[in-house]
Ligand binder design. Structure first.
Ligand SMILES: NC(=O)c1ccc[n+]([C@@H]2O[C@H](COP(=O)([O-])OP(=O)(O)OC[C@H]3O[C@@H](n4cnc5c(N)ncnc54)[C@H](O)[C@@H]3O)[C@@H](O)[C@H]2O)c1
Ligand SMILES: O=C(O)C1=N[C@H](C(=O)O)CCC1
Length: 272
């Protein structure tokens, strides 16, 4: 029992934090050794099982990341960019695996995370589900096969509390389309149409974000040309798919050398 990797879940009261806490608690391959919330949060000091409305499980919600991460083999982090950058530095100090699901990271955040990857094993993906990571590879292949006569549009839909757009998944899919086409996403992304935009620019990769209700996460990649459309689609209806992917990543990362990895590495889907 004590040989199982010890996992800390951050952002425990969040939509993903609750799901991660449940999945790790139920796992026979890992043990939950800590849960974190931001300072001042009402859950601090409570047993996390009770805070979630169930029976106590003997793990108290803490606001001390240094103390929690130093006793863990992995941290599962679906929080917010500033918190994730802080946790990456602590994971580097503790030489532990940092699984990052947080999206909306800036270039500056990413360069700090990259620096932490000199000492921590970092696994980061805008979407940890098997289905979306397969969709990424399919998108790349279809984009490779088609020329710019096919307009590429990425359409995503999420719940009304999501704070970043386009979603991390949409950006992964856009990047895969750009890679398949052999172009730079930065130079070809069309991220917001409003007003008299003029006709669509040939070769651009467009993004549309829908926000409403309790949508867990839906993504389409459309390849549209005169006379036909191909639409690759993924629908997540349960956040457990992300949490299971995150736990898989934490276990895969054990004993792995420090550096930055993604879910394609974890799932063995990376092409050489
Ligand atoms: N990669 C994926 O597969 C995937 C899947 C779902 C969500 N996400 C991303 O995960 C993030 C969280 O999503 P959510 O829907 O759970 O959000 P949420 O707002 O429900 O939860 C975030 C939690 O993080 C906590 N938090 C913020 N700062 C903290 C700190 N310094 N220390 C500890 N806790 C802190 C908040 O209090 C909150 O409870 C978002 O960026 C989202 O896009 C990624
Ligand atoms: O609920 C969210 O927020 C999600 N975020 C990820 C993204 O930005 O793509 C994954 C899907 C759910």
């Amino acid at each position: 029992m004590t040989d199982l990797p010890g996992i800390v879940v951050t952002g425990a009261s969040g939509r993903m934090g609750r799901m991660l806490t449940e999945i790790v608690t139920a796992s026979e391959r890992a043990r939950l050794v800590g849960v974190l919330e931001r300072p001042g949060h009402a859950w601090i000091g409570q047993d996390v099982g009770e805070a979630m409305g169930g029976a106590p499980i003997g793990v108290i919600v803490s606001d001390d990341p240094l103390e929690q991460i130093s006793q863990a083999q992995a941290i599962l982090d679906f929080t917010a960019p500033a918190a994730t950058v802080e946790f990456a530095a602590l994971a580097a100090q503790a030489r532990c695996v940092h699984v990052i699901g947080t999206t909306g990271l800036s270039e500056e955040d990413l360069s700090k995370i990259n620096a932490a990857g000199r000492h921590a094993t970092i696994i980061r993906a805008g979407n940890m589900s098997l289905g979306v990571n397969l969709l990424v590879q399919l998108t790349k292949k279809v984009a490779e096969a088609l020329d710019e006569d096919y307009d590429i549009e990425v359409i995503e839909a999420h719940h009304n509390q999501k704070v970043d757009a386009p979603s991390g998944t949409a950006l992964m899919l856009g990047q895969a389309a750009a890679d398949g086409r052999g172009v730079s996403l930065e130079q070809n992304a069309d991220r917001g149409r409003d007003g008299i935009t003029g006709a669509r620019t040939r070769g651009h990769i467009g993004f549309t974000a829908i926000r409403g209700g309790d949508i867990v996460g839906e993504h389409d990649v459309m390849f549209a040309t005169a006379g036909e459309r191909i639409v690759l689609s993924h629908i997540a209806s349960d956040r457990a798919v992300f949490a299971r992917g995150a736990l898989k990543a934490a276990l895969w990362g054990q004993g792995r050398k420090p550096g930055e990895y993604d879910m394609l590495d974890v799932l063995g889907l990376k092409e050489n």
